[in-house]
Write a protein that binds this ligand. Structure first.
Ligand SMILES: [Zn+2]
Length: 214
C-alpha cells in the first residue's frame, strides 16, 4: 500500500470498509470542444454526465476489494468520482420534498423510523441508504410537494466527495459511520406518508451530525 494515500483513495478504502462496493465513475470537466456535455468521458452527447463508470467498467464490477480500489484510485482513475450501485449492498430511496432534511428526519423519528445514512446530492434530492430487500416496496409515489422512489437495481449513486456534472458536491447528511441501515420497506412506506411542508415545519429538532468517513 502507498505510504501516502490520496484523499480519494483513502475515502474509497474507508467506504469499502463500511461495506459499500465502489466503481470509479466519470467526473465533471469544464465544457470545451472535447467535453461538450461537461463529462470527462468526452462524449458530446453523454446521457449521464459524471455518473457512469469509467472506460469499459460496468456497475457489476463495483467492489470492496482493497487491491482493486488501490489499482483504480492510485492509477489512472485517481480523479474518478466515487460511485456505489443501488441494490448491490444497499437499496437507495430517493426523496424530493421542499422541506429541509432536518424536518423530514425529525418527522420520521417521531413516527418510529430511523432515517439511517443519508446523502445530499446537492440538487434538491435526498438519498436514503437502506438494507437490501427482496420484498417489493413499490418504485414511485407522488407526494404533494414532490415524490419518493426506490432506485432501480444497478443505478449509479455518487458518494462524497464526488461532484455532479453541474457542480455540486455530494455530502453526507447522516452517517455513514456507526449509523445502522433502516429497513427498506418501512422507510419507503413511511416516506409515502410525509405530510405537506407546512405540517412538517412543526418538526424542527436538531438533526444529528453527519460522521463522514474522512
Ligand atoms: Zn460521460
Amino acid at each position: 500500500m502507498p505510504n501516502t494515500l490520496s484523499p480519494w483513495l483513502a475515502t474509497a478504502l474507508d467506504l469499502a470498509k463500511a461495506g459499500l462496493p465502489l466503481v470509479p465513475a466519470h467526473y465533471p470537466v469544464p465544457p470545451d470542444r472535447w467535453h461538450l456535455s461537461g463529462c470527462s468521458c468526452t462524449r458530446p452527447d453523454c446521457p449521464t454526465p459524471a455518473a457512469h463508470p469509467i472506460r469499459r467498467l460496468t456497475v457489476d464490477q463495483a467492489t470492496t476489494s482493497t487491491k482493486q480500489l488501490l489499482r483504480w484510485w492510485s492509477g489512472n482513475a485517481a480523479d474518478a468520482n466515487l460511485a456505489t450501485v443501488a441494490d448491490a449492498a444497499v437499496e437507495v430511496i430517493e426523496l424530493r420534498h421542499s422541506s429541509p432534511h432536518s424536518e423530514v428526519a425529525a418527522w420520521l423519528r417521531a413516527n418510529g423510523v430511523e432515517p439511517g445514512p443519508v446523502l445530499d446530492p446537492g440538487d434538491g434530492r435526498t438519498q436514503f441508504l437502506t438494507s437490501p430487500t427482496n420484498v417489493p416496496v413499490g418504485w414511485y409515489w407522488p407526494l404533494p410537494p414532490g415524490w419518493v422512489t426506490k432506485l432501480e437495481h444497478g443505478s449509479i449513486v455518487l458518494l462524497p466527495p464526488s461532484h455532479q456534472a453541474d457542480g455540486p458536491a455530494v455530502e453526507w447528511l447522516t452517517g455513514p459511520v456507526d449509523v445502522e441501515l433502516p429497513d427498506c420497506w418501512c422507510l419507503f412506506h413511511a416516506l409515502k406518508r410525509l405530510p405537506t411542508r407546512a405540517a412538517l415545519a412543526d418538526y424542527r429538532h436538531e438533526e444529528r451530525d453527519a460522521r463522514p468517513v474522512r
